[in-house]
Design a protein around this ligand. Sequence first.
Ligand code: FA5
Length: 351
Amino acid sequence: MNDRPSLQQVEEVRASAARELDAAPDIQSLDEWRIAYLGRGGRLTRILRELGGLPPDERRAVGSAANSAKSALEEDLEVRRRELHRAQASANLLAERIDVTLPGRPTPHGRLHPITETIREITEVFVSMGFGVEEGPEVELDRYNFDMLNIPKEHPARDMWDTLWIDHVDEDGSRPMLLRTHTSPMQARIMETTEPPVRVVVPGKAFRYEATDATHEWHFHQVEGLAVDEGITFSDLKGALFEFARRIFGEERRVRFRCDFFPFVEPGVDMAIDCFKCGGSGCRICGGAGWIEILGAGMVHPSVLEGVGYDSQKYTGFAFGMGVERICMLRRGIDDIRLFYSNDLRFLRQF
Ligand code: FA5
């Protein structure tokens, strides 16, 4: 390139620049190309700079060819830049392509625990009969769990509910707190703060210090029911519980009431339904009895009503308490209560 600039030289530079531009593989290499031909020390720039040494005629001809080569190359550069941009963009699109026709990854669905589901079904039945729903404390005072339910300190009935006591000692040396052994304390709590009429169901946990087996857990759920008003009779108790049994266990269910003893009701009963599996002839589910006990109930004892300040001459009421796990076991044919709380997903996924 130390030769004098000539038309031939301009032509050569232009041809080689065009070739290299065509071959430029990517946008980054365009910059190198521009510096090599059009930059301050670039080949075409040098030709233009050296024009001054040429005789006027030649200078005009070579100058004009070099200038038009310069603008042609600048245009080519822009064209090539756009081309490479487009190619790069499609390459990016291709690399980032997602197949929208692929099926999505399934998200695991949670579901309600069968006991939660059973509690909801039971409460819905009573809500449709006009009952409200309330919840109460699991850590309870023995006053509510026992005393106000007509079960005084040394009463032998306290043996019926083997109790988990809380490690809290009062000044007089007594331990007044426990894990409630049933949901019945809520009867007293609700009546204490409400004037009749009362119609309420109370679902919740109960705890008993007892050995577990296929039908006994040390913690389980109950649904308590309470209705107090003027003129409530045992027929109302039977009617409400009969309707409940039909709705939960089937239209054709028969119901049996037998005398039972609970200190906070008089009279007290246990309620059984005829076995929905065998229809009463006796099978494995009902243990051959043809009947299945599902709850304890009765007319609220006058002493309990008086204890919360109700006039027992004016008001009467019924109460019941049912075991939720047992009801769920019966409905779904589950033969061991401990399965509910073993956290075995194979068991839980069935529901
Ligand atoms: C009671 O707990 C009374 N409070 C029920 C009651 C309420 C009677 C209102 C009268 C008026 P019982 O101890 O029988 O009663 O328990 C009621 C139900 O809870 C039982 O029928 C049973 O279904 C369930 N249950 C009791 N102990 C356990 C246990 N360890 N594991 C699972 N379920 C239990």
